[in-house]
Ligand binder design. Structure first.
Ligand code: FE
Ligand code: FE
Ligand code: ZN
Length: 276
């Protein structure tokens, strides 16, 4: 058994997302903590957050996977972008406290020419500044496709960041199937990829999956998501991923190019795969 859901709009508030997830057949979901392209976040209504937590319990939801805005780059070359990004991360950690016990996923960042050796300590430093012992959120580093100067394409890079994070029990990884495929990990042999993940990072760090097909072939270093079964990864491989024994119990988030109807179909199809 896995939990399955997709990205939802947070514009109607927290409880509305819970109900929207149920309507799509989902039992988890992802949402942007603020406008994915912009900065300022709107105020949280604590009663609405509490209503979602109650709703999730009642409907047996798995953990949510909140997503940081795309504009966040904690290892940017420009100090003002870095500062703004770290402040966003700090603020998001405080905001996540309204929904304790869930995940917060972010892109490690792009080093924009500085090189990963410079970027990796910056990323860990940002997490160290934002994460406090009293927080109830696990921060997830997303595996990246390696387009441009993205950090986090390899398990080794992610491990180097994790090793520098002080609150080690609050840091994990979100595995994006499109990204690792584009990044060069051949998930047609998921046993092998997970073995490598375990050897390098440790499987206990793998907390969530972004479930996407890819518009591009293996190792394309592109990052263009496709609908499940309509891309280069294909349904057969993705089926083996969702039903993999080592991935059971985790939230799977669809980030496929779909409207509600498409998500509903994909969720139903994936549930079907789990039965057979
Ligand atoms: Fe992402
Ligand atoms: Fe993703
Ligand atoms: Zn992507």
């Amino acid at each position: 058994m896995i939990y399955i859901g997709n990205h939802l709009s947070s514009s109607g508030g927290f409880l509305a997302m819970g109900k929207a997830a149920t309507a799509l057949g989902a039992d988890t979901f992802a949402f942007f903590t603020r406008n994915p392209r912009g900065g300022a976040a709107k105020a949280i209504d604590p009663a609405d957050a509490k209503a979602l937590l109650d709703y999730m319990e009642e409907h047996h939801f798995g953990p949510l996977v909140a997503h940081a805005p795309y504009t966040m780059n904690v290892c940017a070359a420009k100090p003002d972008i870095r500062k703004f990004s770290v402040e966003m991360l700090q603020d998001d950690m405080e905001r996540m406290e309204y929904l304790p016990g869930n995940y917060y996923n972010f892109h490690p960042g792009s080093h924009v020419g500085q090189g990963e050796d410079a970027a990796i300590p910056m990323i860990a430093d940002a997490v160290n500044r934002a994460l406090k012992p009293e927080h109830h959120t696990t921060v997830l580093l997303e595996t990246m496709a390696g387009k441009g100067s993205e950090v986090g394409r390899t398990f080794e890079e992610l491990k180097r960041i994790i090793d520098l994070v002080e609150l080690s029990d609050k840091i994990g990884v979100c595995l994006d199937t499109c990204h690792i495929w584009d990044g060069g990990y051949d998930i047609s042999d998921m046993d092998k990829v997970l073995k490598e993940f375990d050897d390098v990072i440790g499987l206990e760090r793998l907390k969530a999956v972004h479930m996407n097909d890819s518009m591009n072939p293996l190792a394309a270093h592109k990052d263009r998501h496709q609908k499940i079964g309509e891309g280069h990864i294909g349904a057969e491989i993705l089926k083996a991923v969702v039903t993999h024994p080592l991935l059971q119990g985790k939230p799977f988030i669809l980030e496929t190019p779909n409207e509600d109807e498409g998500y509903k179909k994909e969720i139903a199809m994936i549930r079907e795969w789990m039965i057979k």
